[in-house]
Write a protein that binds this ligand. Structure first.
Ligand code: F6P
Length: 552
């Protein structure tokens, strides 16, 4: 197949972009009182307004033509049917099955996966009930007070983000902690203050080979054994979540205490599987199911709504417009909800590991931009850090604003102020301020004409910064599930248009391979001769600075 950029639909979008010329969103709003209503949709508890983006109705129509040219409906059908759409790994991609609350049969190689999913959910439910009730005790008979999830990437970011987001639903016990970095600081600081007798470790790794996770898991086991002094304690204090029973058992965890998932669950799409165990431990199994239900509601919408009404499709296409036709190289995710503070970091893996690709599914180099850099921080902190660049810098940044109408914490007028900032920022980014408006404001404030003229360029805002606003009544397990699924399907939509495999991650391999070579050299305190001059010299400096006492 030729590149998507060679299609008439892509070319039509290019011409349309040229014909649009300089966009003035405020004029669009003035001329079209129905714009906001037409470009706002409510799905699964989320109100999404994309009217402050750089699209017209004609743009959307052309983008929808592009989606059809890329056979988005066909790819969507194959996703839900369990076809092996992860071509380079020959795997189905079935995170949607994990939250298929309708329990509709979904076949992989002719076998319905729902019974195995339901069986693991039932095991999770029993285990969570035992830990939360205190029935599951540690080796010395004490109740579990702290759970430490050891995992990285998808085995960390998703559950960690959700646990933070749903903190108001968590009870006192157990407290859930996350260790991901191989940097000893992470494990040591997390364990300091914890009591081995009342601590449960979840070793979460799809492959059970990931260096960081296995190193942390081994050190955690040493910590436990040093305190409890008996290898049989491991069975009461370690459980595993993995696809690899053999490795789990080789580590010393009884596979009775292993919660399984499957190779058709991608790491960054796995929080819905047993990888979500820390979520269920933290907020209870019922809440975990509500999370799945929210995602399922969004799945049903994505699966069945016509493209022109389909929210993940529309947001994906608008993202394509901004990336490929409006030259926005990055996309900011700005939660106006402190509970969602980890959402941008979670999405970085979700989006950038999925669509940070440079060849098509057929292996041909693309000649267009693919996944943008995704970044962000919660409002209002971001306003006092990087919003300056979004408002007046030279790069176009598209942004998503996410907020709730009601806070979990009723404290004075904090929430009203927070949301006033949300709305003000999206309005300011859209409207901007013309030079004439800036001048008029300064004159009204009594500045003399020379001063006003000198300051005017600095106080002018170009506006036309595209934002999408996502509002919900309150951040609940259900709305959070829907929100995450919205982004997952947005990522899927974009991957289909860009014709990349959104479900592999070969790009993380090279660094891993080189690290293992260098690890051997550092252990032997001898830099290899094969390296480039810079790497070799850095290794030598490192060995010199480290001194004779080589660590393990
Ligand atoms: O970063 C690469 C990656 O393979 C991710 O895709 C994955 O989420 C992470 O490593 C952890 O992998 P595992 O769950 O197998 O330890």
């Amino acid at each position: 197949m030729s590149l998507i950029s060679q299609t008439p639909q892509w070319q039509a979008l290019r011409q349309h972009r040229e014909a649009l010329g300089e966009v003035r969103m405020r004029d669009w709003f003035a001329a079209d009182p129905g714009r906001a209503e037409r470009m706002t949709r409510e799905v699964a508890g989320l109100v999404v307004d994309y009217s402050k983006t750089l699209v017209t109705d004609a743009t959307l129509a052309l983008l929808l033509d592009l989606a059809r040219a890329a056979d988005l409906p066909g790819w969507r059908a194959r996703l839900f049917a369990g076809a092996p759409i992860n071509g380079t790994e020959g795997r189905a991609v079935l995170h949607v099955a994990l939250r298929n609350r309708a329990n509709r049969p979904i076949l992989v190689d002719g076998e319905d996966v729902m019974p195995q999913i339901n069986a693991v959910l039932a095991r999770m439910e029993r285990f969570v009930a035992r830990v939360r009730s205190g029935e599951w005790t540690g080796y010395t008979g004490k109740r579990i007070r702290d759970v430490v999830n050891i995992g990285i990437g998808g085995s960390n970011l998703g559950p960690k983000m959700v646990c933070a987001a749903l903190a108001p639903y968590g009870g006192d016990l157990p407290r859930v902690h996350f260790v991901s970095n191989v940097d000893a600081t992470h494990l040591v600081e997390t364990l300091s203050g914890l009591d081995a007798e009342t601590t449960l470790f979840i070793v979460a790794s799809k492959t059970f080979t990931t260096q960081e996770t296995m190193t942390n898991a081994n050190s955690a086991r040493d910590w436990l054994l040093a305190a409890l002094g008996d290898a049989s304690a491991v069975a009461r204090h370690f459980v595993a979540v993995s696809t690899n029973a053999e490795r789990v058992s080789a580590f010393g965890i009884d596979t009775v205490n292993m919660f399984e998932f499957w190779d058709w669950v991608g790491g960054r799409y796995s929080l819905w599987s047993a990888i979500g165990l820390p979520i269920a431990l933290s907020v209870g199994f019922e809440r975990f199911i509500e999370l799945l239900e929210g995602a399922h509601a969004m799945d049903e919408h994505f699966r069945s709504a016509p493209l022109e009404e389909n929210l993940p499709v529309l947001l994906g296409l608008i993202g394509i417009w901004h990336t490929n036709f409006c030259a926005a190289p990055t996309h900011a995710v700005l939660p106006y909800d402190q509970l969602l503070r980890l959402f941008p970091a979670y999405l970085q893996q979700g989006d950038m590991e999925s669509n940070g690709k440079r060849v098509t599914r057929a292996g041909e180099a693309v000649d267009y931009g693919t996944g943008p850099v995704v970044w962000g921080e919660p409002g209002t902190d971001g306003q006092h850090a990087f919003y300056q660049l979004i408002h007046q810098g030279t790069q176009l940044v598209s942004a998503d604003f996410i907020g709730a109408a009601r806070s979990h914490y009723a404290l004075g007028d904090h929430h009203t102020k927070l949301m006033a900032n949300f709305f003000a920022q999206t309005e300011a980014l859209m409207r901007g301020r013309t030079q004439d408006e800036a001048l008029a404001e300064m004159r009204a404030a009594g500045l003399d004409e020379a001063q006003a003229q000198a300051l005017a360029p600095h106080r002018t805002f170009p506006g036309n910064r595209p934002t999408t606003s996502i509002l919900m009544e309150r951040l609940t397990p259900f709305t959070l599930g829907a929100l995450i699924a919205l982004y997952e399907h947005r990522i899927f939509t974009q991957g289909v248009i860009w014709d990349v495999n959104s479900f592999d991650q070969w790009g993380v391999e090279l660094g891993k391979q080189l690290a293992s070579v260098i690890l051997d050299e550092l252990r032997a305190a001898q830099a290899g001769v094969e390296h480039d001059a810079s790497t070799r010299s850095l290794l030598e400096h490192y060995l010199r600075l480290r001194g004779a006492s080589a660590p393990g």
